[in-house]
Design a protein around this ligand. Structure first.
Ligand SMILES: [Zn+2]
Length: 390
């Protein structure tokens, strides 16, 4: 698994994606759009043909799992799951995978445009620009120590890792300015942390935290602002949805490779800080302070150095992808072909949200247009959708 992830990043950094996943520019993909519970869905087969992936296969682990991909990357889908494995890294979907009357899998257009495409084609992320400033936000500080357990205090750990990360980044990216949201023991309000962005050139924002939960839960998780739900007004952070995904994926993958911690995945959240930031941003949960073994490891200088090196690796990978000078495999302008307006699937109310009876479909050849998610309907209900302050 680790090897395949490394290979995946290697080809990304060598200049975009191989010919195997060139978009279907010459032969426009015939997108088939179905509306399920107010959400626009696309068949997995559409994605497969758009990225020129090999035919869908069933996983050896479980027949319910479908795999598409090529020699460099594979994507693993399961019906009803709100999770997708891409290149060995877990990613949380905004809407669960559905299956239609024929048993074919459907994936939401929001996830196609704002999760899958920015990972598969990171050089097409919106607002791609050279990273000039990295803002490090060690969670908590001063009287606010964050999570505290017999083994560790969150604020101590995040500040130590942030300091090591600053040194790593200064060495690897000497031309990039590195700022902290606050100095040790000088707590800042959320608004003060947001205000640091004003007047700063081409920033990205990295918030560092420790998690808490059941004593048997462990692992690293990287959060981004959740895309706006259908009908919901986008927040400032949603301008960077595709960049957020690319940044989170780069960091989460580097952390899993560099520390071999449990992969808690790239996740979505409605943290007010992430929603409010006017730049690509993530919040990284470095581990669980409530898991004895992990917390004891997090408290060691050796592991903190490992975390800082992995974070720096992920940030550098993102910076390479975000730099417009990074060679592209494509000469065409960035695009995701927009599927037609979905036709409502005839679902008996009792069967929702399962889409097994989804039968009505429209078929149309798409026109090229800008990448926009225009799903309409019921509000998303993803696990991490609760408003939380960080
Ligand atoms: Zn925290």
């Amino acid at each position: 698994m680790i090897l395949s992830r490394r290979i995946f990043f290697l080809f990304l950094l060598l200049g975009g994606l191989p010919a195997g996943i060139l978009p279907a520019v010459a032969n426009a993909t015939a997108w088939v759009s179905t509306e399920v519970n107010g959400v626009s869905y696309l068949p997995l087969e559409n994605l497969r043909s758009f990225y020129k992936f090999t035919p869908l296969q069933r996983s050896a682990r479980s027949k319910a799992l479908a795999i598409i991909g090529n020699k460099d990357v594979r994507l693993e889908f399961g019906p009803g799951l709100r999770e997708l494995n891409i290149g060995g890294t877990r990613c949380t979907l905004t809407h669960p995978v559905q299956s239609d009357a024929k048993g074919d899998y459907l994936i939401s257009r929001t996830d196609m445009v704002k999760l899958i495409d920015p990972i598969l084609r990171p050089t097409y992320i919106q607002g791609r620009q050279v990273v000039r400033t990295i803002i490090l936000d060690p969670g908590h500080g001063g009287h606010d120590v964050g999570v505290q357990t017999p083994w560790i205090r969150e604020a101590d750990c995040t500040q130590l890792v942030a300091a090591k990360l600053r040194d790593e980044l200064a060495r690897r990216l000497p031309n990039v300015k590195i700022l902290f949201t606050h100095e040790k023991n000088q707590p800042r309000s959320e608004q003060q942390r947001i205000d640091i962005l004003s007047g700063v050139e081409a920033p990205i924002f990295i918030s560092l935290h420790l998690n808490s939960g059941r004593s048997d839960v462990q692992g690293v998780e990287t959060y981004t602002a959740a895309p706006a739900a259908p009908g919901e007004k986008p927040r400032p952070g949603n301008v960077y949805d595709t960049a957020n995904t690319a940044l989170a994926y780069a960091i989460q993958t580097a952390l899993i490779n560099g520390t071999e911690a449990k992969d808690g995945g790239c996740r979505r959240a409605r943290y007010s800080l992430l929603n409010s930031l006017n730049c690509p941003s993530v919040s990284v949960e470095l581990g669980y302070a409530t898991h004895e073994e992990e917390a004891k490891k997090l408290a060691t200088a050796e592991y903190q150095t490992k975390l800082a090196q992995a974070l720096a690796e992920g940030i550098c990978n993102y910076a390479r992808m975000a730099d417009p000078a990074t060679k592209l495999a494509f000469i065409e302008p960035p695009q995701v072909e927009e599927p037609p307006t979905p036709v409502k699937a005839d679902l008996p109310a009792a069967k929702a949200p399962n889409a097994k009876k989804a039968t009505k479909r429209t078929k149309a050849t798409s026109t090229r247009s800008t990448r926009k998610s225009t799903t309409k309907g019921k509000k998303g209900t993803q696990r991490s959708s609760k408003k939380r302050r960080r």
